[in-house]
Design a protein. Structure first.
Length: 320
């Protein structure tokens, strides 16, 4: 690992922003430009073995800012590893994760001023979502998180929020909680922040929710999110990560998402017998054998019904 500091440490650091990066320097510039310069804020950019044909390392984004630490790793272990490296160097009271292709809204600075004295362990914000190539075009990528917050606002049930928020961004995270429970990201290719986000949700003593936004998540072609479950080995990797995260939930006071587990189990049934058996055993243990059969049968009936409806719709389009 090569470590470059162009940063002056301040003892009373309130915020540490951690950004993993790989081969997207122009998007990283957009991200950094959206983050305000403050004396109580540090930015830690961890480069995950970018290609020198794509990135100008002599003029790496952030090299001319004294509030940015640039850390260059050569292991090529992915965003989870890069985030963990950033965590090892963070000094702020609050952790905020950004993906390099995302950015902050202008109101971010005012929000940071407001949250300094909060006593919560986690503060969830609604992310906005846009297309990366044209930020004036909206995207549906952040819709599920708005739904989670809306559900919490309507019924006050923290379970879906604590266990359904499967990403680390758009949340202010108390660093002392992360260190006390030694929470780290999985160092895998896909879903590397599932365990971190669910573990922090399960162990947080107090959470707060804001019906406001500071984070903009983008959707771009050929990203890991846009080609969901289409790459070789991706299903197995994501399924293992979600099962591990669900085991954390099962040991907490909160509810396991059996519907999501059944979705993975169905996909695994045809191609990953051993992993499917692990899912089936876990479902039986957490919801009981009879309930497992009901969940499984209900999911399969619903899946085949939707497939049948889609098939009929396609036939009508072809022969109309």
């Amino acid at each position: 690992m090569i470590l470059l500091y162009n940063f002056i440490y301040i003892h009373d650091m309130n915020y540490s922003i951690i950004i993993p990066h790989h081969n997207s320097p122009q998007l990283l510039i957009r991200c950094l430009d959206s983050i305000p310069k403050r004396e109580d804020l540090e930015i830690i950019v961890v480069d995950d073995n970018s290609d020198s044909d794509i990135v100008d390392f002599a003029h790496f984004p952030g090299y001319d800012r004294d509030d940015v630490q640039l850390i260059f790793t050569k292991e090529g272990k992915g965003a989870g590893y890069a985030r963990n490296v950033g965590l090892d160097h963070a000094k702020g009271k609050w952790l905020i994760f950004f993906d390099a292709d995302d950015f902050a809204l202008p109101k971010f600075n005012a929000i940071l001023d407001k949250e300094i004295e909060s006593t919560a362990d986690l503060i969830y914000y609604c992310p906005k979502s846009v297309k990366s190539h044209d930020i004036n075009i909206g995207s549906a990528r952040g819709k599920m998180f708005w739904n989670i917050i809306e559900d919490y606002s309507n019924n006050g049930d923290e379970s879906s929020l604590r266990t359904g928020w499967l990403v680390v961004w758009s949340v202010l995270i108390r660093r002392s909680m992360v260190e006390a429970h030694n929470i780290r990201c999985d160092e895998i290719r896909y879903s590397n922040d599932n365990y971190f986000s669910i573990k922090m949700g399960c162990v947080a003593k107090a959470i707060e929710v804001r019906n406001d936004s500071f984070y903009v998540v983008t959707e771009r072609e050929n990203s890991l999110a846009s080609s969901f479950l289409k790459k070789e080995g991706e299903l197995e990797c994501r399924a293992k990560a979600y099962l591990r995260s669900s085991q954390v939930i099962a040991e907490s006071p909160y509810k396991v998402n059996h519907k999501a587990l059944c979705s993975f189990a169905y996909k695994l049934y045809f191609s990953h017998n051993e992993l499917y058996n692990q899912y089936a055993a876990f479902l039986r243990d957490t919801c009981g054998y009879s309930s497992f059969r009901v969940y499984w049968m209900g999911f399969c009936i619903n899946y085949f019904y939707k497939s049948y409806c889609n098939m009929i719709t396609n036939f009508r389009r072809i022969f109309s």
